[in-house]
Ligand binder design. Structure first.
Ligand SMILES: Nc1ncnc2c1ncn2[C@@H]1O[C@H](COP(=O)(O)OP(=O)(O)OP(=O)(O)O)[C@@H](O)[C@H]1O
Length: 311
């Protein structure tokens, strides 16, 4: 989105449902994205991300509810491809055309000036590969070209399905800068991923789904905030009684520790007062990131000393 483009309309998914046979791919899903934001649409494989994005971009019909851009369905937009830039599958690009041919064809289809293709080629960093056939592109190069096709009509909304797939760390940094400046100019970005780590540095909001349903929606910092304390005592029963007596909420966590809604310092004070011998005490009982991870993987978040998944 260029700085001269009018502010983006809001993107809104309202009570959206879609069934395939007996199975609900999307189940009463609602969320929204405002101009100026990059939203990560996260969920494990089969969660319903692609189905939602396909309905949003007019490629599938909802059974119930709706997906709206500026209050309208994609197909009811005056200039859909110039309002919403879409990349659902970069592998679908025609392998026999060169990069520049692909962009020129898209420019012509969308009624954009011919030199827009060169401009976009530069934006996506494919000048060196302009005359090479797309069939010979790496997956990461195809992703760049796919993002170029999405940007062609100078849209105010970008919808990208797994755009980080196949990008190397430099490619991910490039994408982050591109999407950030798009949003800073007032655009909306909605991008899907099945890996929080992959998009953590790129997005500023998360919409997390699992089995077609919303798990969490909100700012990244809020959803990944580390709060509370992990604690264990020599006498766990006495620790639980003390917490109960003070009306302090706790949950049992892996390894027998308790996740307590207190700052570590306050937990330490309480233990001193109650004469409890603590065997472990640490910040980060977590609620946000753990739930996000659990929704994505069905497992708890790896501890800090386990290596994070590679980018
Ligand atoms: N055309 C279809 N026909 C039948 N079932 C489908 C179809 N499209 C999706 N599904 C099913 O709907 C559910 C959601 O799939 P969807 O592709 O939307 O999930 P996803 O979150 O995008 O997953 P992935 O990350 O694997 O692409 C899955 O169980 C999938 O098998």
């Amino acid at each position: 989105m260029t700085s001269t483009t009018a502010t983006a309309p809001t993107l809104e998914v309202r009570a959206l449902s879609k069934r395939y046979g007996a199975r609900a791919a999307v189940d009463a899903l609602s969320f929204s994205c405002s101009p100026g934001t990059v939203t990560g649409f996260l969920g494990p494989n089969g969660a319903g991300k692609s189905t939602t994005l396909r309905i949003l971009t007019g490629l599938a019909e909802a059974d119930e509810g709706m997906a709206l851009i500026g209050g309208r369905r994609y197909r009811a937009l005056e200039h859909p491809a110039r309002t919403v830039g879409v990349m659902l599958d970069a592998r679908a690009l025609h392998g026999g055309r060169t990069g520049i041919e692909t962009l020129r064809l898209t420019a012509r289809t969308l009624g954009m000036p011919r030199d827009r293709a060169e401009e976009v080629l530069e934006t996506v960093g494919l000048e060196q590969a302009a005359t090479k056939r797309v069939g010979g592109y790496s997956y990461g190069m195809r992703q760049r070209l796919g993002i170029g096709v999405a940007l062609m009509g100078d849209p105010s909304v970008l919808v990208l399905d797994e755009p980080a797939n196949g990008l190397d760390p430099e490619g991910i940094r490039w994408m982050r800068r591109l999407l950030r400046s798009f949003a800073d100019a007032g655009g909306i970005v909605l991008l899907s991923s099945h890996q929080l780590r992959e998009v953590e540095a790129t997005v500023d909001r998360l919409v997390v789904i699992s089995e077609g349903r919303l798990v969490r929606e909100g700012p990244l910092e809020e959803l990944t905030a580390v709060t509370g304390t992990r604690v264990a005592a020599l006498d766990q029963a006495a620790l639980r009684r003390a917490l109960d007596a003070h009306g302090i909420a706790f949950e049992l966590r892996a390894g027998g520790e308790l996740a307590v809604s207190l700052a570590p310092e306050d937990m330490g004070r309480l233990a001193l007062r109650e004469q409890l011998v603590l065997t472990s005490l640490g910040a980060g009982a977590g609620t946000g990131l753990e739930e996000v991870f659990f929704a994505l993987t069905g497992h708890e978040e790896p501890s800090a000393d386990e290596p994070a998944p590679a980018l």
